[in-house]
Design a protein around this ligand. Structure first.
Ligand code: AMP
Length: 602
């Protein structure tokens, strides 16, 4: 398939306001991508796979943490070089400041593709030598991602220049957006799911299941096309490939007990979410990989977790849990301590001397060749207990006879109580807080595991007033002593329904889907302001006087006294006395709190 065809479709999709029509366009595009390769041998990956990802602005599957690792400046430079001898990277930046969007900027230049002056040749059979194909774009981006070490940035710019040089304006528009992960043509995960269903005549909910286990829209599109429903239903979790984490909503004990016969109550550990994959090769050697909530590979940063898995696990497993920092007596330390370890790439051994971590697992997605996503929580938890407990102990204690103290002795296993008694839940909550944990989670014991869903089956109950995780969308330069610091941060929440699917992990939230709820200026020391300035400055989208607009990238946790209705902010609400509690560097804007939550908290 020519990249021009993809760009044409993307333009049509972008111009289309109606969701159903967008699905129809994406469905046609997938269909065409599939047909374009019939008879083209065993090309890997198939064009339909590539297109299913490109249309969402992705080059690699969601489970794959490979990134292009190319910054905006390198992209501007490649664009400038392809745009002609008189254009410099600064000109591209200037135009961007005027126009506001990289796709429009790219499309405003003439490239080799227009003039038939492509510097490179090649292409799929049937296409003109000079026609850029979707596959060529993909393969070049794979090479670009793989470039490492000294001189790699130049190599990346060269490769990208080669692509832009063969683009028409419209192709350049979507190439630039793809490279900078700013596709934004209105195609979300749900759209691609429905389009796969429509294009290959398979039911949406079966596509959804296949997406949940594979975490790859490309693979699902290909299997739906080539193997139909049977192929989709046969797709399973793969140990080593992370899936999206199941998420929780805020909730009360009263609601939980009203909706479920009884609640599964667990401590809420104040750490960072991990998904552990443990497998064995043919020689029986085990391998452990640990992923963050956003599916980044954090294995090397957490040797204690790997050691725990090596010592404990005797079968291939996928476990869901939390990694917490502990003091010398094994008591939990605040979340900020975990962050000192979490994404650490250098000096891990030294960092380990300062802060020790340990894993606590609360779910089991796969054990010994069996996927457990569709089993109820109680069964999954029992299976979890079996895989974490050594076999001698399992034979001694029957699950039915087990009480909390037995479970407490299993290192790395989260405690779980089943109860319909609110007083008992209060007691568990008090116990959790006293032991230094964050509070409790309430879970529906009958619920299945739904990757990526922020459903009602898991609810978090936090002590005190609920805090909010807000996206920082603006700031102001300070005055006098603080003139070089950003301060007075504008806070926004997602304008979305909590039960709706979340945006793809790691992806941005569209600024138009955010509503302001207030500004926070208190609770921040000068030292912290300097740190925050360094963190936020690269995300400045525009500036006017002291006022700064920020791209929605960073999430703050804020406390407040109450929420009032207010015409001052676009959400219609204002936080009263907001105070800064910390940066949620483990959260993307897509994980921030929603307007719906604000309404519920009032
Ligand atoms: P929050 O980060 O405030 O949205 O709360 C949800 C997070 O709590 C999950 O993503 C987990 O990282 C964490 N968590 C801690 N303990 C548990 C537990 N027992 N079950 C589920 N999630 C937990």
């Amino acid at each position: 398939m020519e990249f021009a065809t993809f760009a044409d479709r993307a333009a049509a999709i972008e111009a289309e306001p109606a969701d159903l029509e967008i699905v129809a366009h994406v469905s046609d595009l997938l269909d065409e991508a599939g047909d374009s390769e019939d008879g083209a041998g065993d090309a890997e990956p198939r064009t339909v796979e590539i297109v299913a990802r490109f249309v969402q602005g992705r080059v690699f599957p969601a489970w794959d943490s490979t990134t292009l690792d190319i910054g905006p400046n390198a992209c501007y430079e490649a664009l400038a070089r392809a745009a002609g001898t008189n254009v410099r990277s600064d000109d591209v930046e200037e135009r961007l400041a005027e126009v506001g969007e990289i796709g429009d900027v790219a499309a405003s230049y003439d490239f080799g593709g227009q003039q038939g002056l492509g510097a490179f040749t090649g292409g799929d059979a049937g296409a003109d030598d000079n026609d850029l194909t979707v596959r060529e774009v993909y393969e070049t981006l794979v090479d670009l991602a793989a470039a490492e070490g000294s001189g790699s940035q130049d190599r990346k710019v060269d490769l990208l220049f080669g692509l832009f040089n063969r683009c028409s304006s419209e192709e350049a528009r979507y190439l630039a957006r793809l490279v900078l992960s700013e596709m934004r043509i209105g195609v979300g995960e749900g759209t691609v799911r429905d389009a796969i269903g429509e294009a290959f005549d398979v039911p949406g909910e079966r596509v959804e299941r296949a997406l949940q286990v594979s975490n790859d829209y490309g693979q699902v599109a290909r299997v739906a096309r080539e193997e139909g429903l049977e192929g989709l239903d046969a797709m399973e979790l793969e140990v080593g490939r992370p899936v999206q984490a199941m998420l929780a909503q805020a909730g009360t004990v009263t609601d939980a007990l009203e909706e479920w016969d009884e609640a599964a109550v667990e401590w809420k550990y104040d750490g960072a979410r991990i998904q552990l994959h443990h497998e064995f090769d043919a020689a029986g050697e085990s391998e452990t990989r640990v992923f963050s909530r956003n599916m980044e590979d954090v294995t090397d940063a957490l040797p204690e977790v790997v050691e725990y898995a090596e010592e404990t696990l005797e079968e291939p497993t996928i476990l869901d849990g939390e990694v917490v920092a502990i003091d010398d007596d094994g008591n939990p330390l605040p979340f900020q301590e975990v962050l000192k370890r979490f994404r650490r790439k250098h000096d891990v051994a030294k960092a380990r001397e300062d802060v020790t971590v340990r894993p606590v697992f609360f779910d089991c997605l796969h054990a010994d060749g069996e996927d457990l996503l569709e089993e109820p929580l109680t069964i999954r938890h029992e299976r979890l207990r079996e895989v974490l407990i050594d076999s001698d102990t399992t034979t001694d204690i029957e699950p039915a006879e087990m009480d909390v103290d037995d479970e407490r002795d299993v290192e790395g296993l989260s405690l779980l109580w089943l109860t319909d008694d609110p007083d008992e839940i209060e007691a568990i909550d008090a116990d959790a807080l006293e032991s230094g944990h964050e509070g409790i989670m309430l879970k529906d014991p009958a619920s299945t595991y739904s990757p990526g869903r922020r459903g009602k089956h898991w609810r978090k109950r936090k002590p005190d007033v609920e805090t909010l995780d807000c996206v920082v969308t603006g700031a102001e330069w300070g005055e006098g002593r603080r003139a070089t610091f950003l301060g007075t941060f504008e806070l926004s929440v997602r304008d979305g329904d909590d039960s709706a699917e979340r945006s793809p992990a790691g992806s941005a939230v569209e600024p138009q889907n955010l509503e302001t709820v207030g500004k926070v200026a208190t609770g921040i020391t000068d030292e912290k302001l300097a740190e925050l300035t360094e963190l936020l400055e690269p995300h400045i989208a525009s500036e006017e006087g002291q006022e700064v607009d920020l791209e929605p990238e960073i999430v703050f946790e804020v406390g407040y006294e109450e929420i009032q209705t207010s015409p001052t902010y676009s959400s219609g609400y204002a936080l009263r006395f907001p105070r800064f509690l910390g940066v949620r560097s483990d959260k993307d804007p897509g994980d921030a709190d929603s307007l719906e939550r604000i309404e519920r908290l009032r």
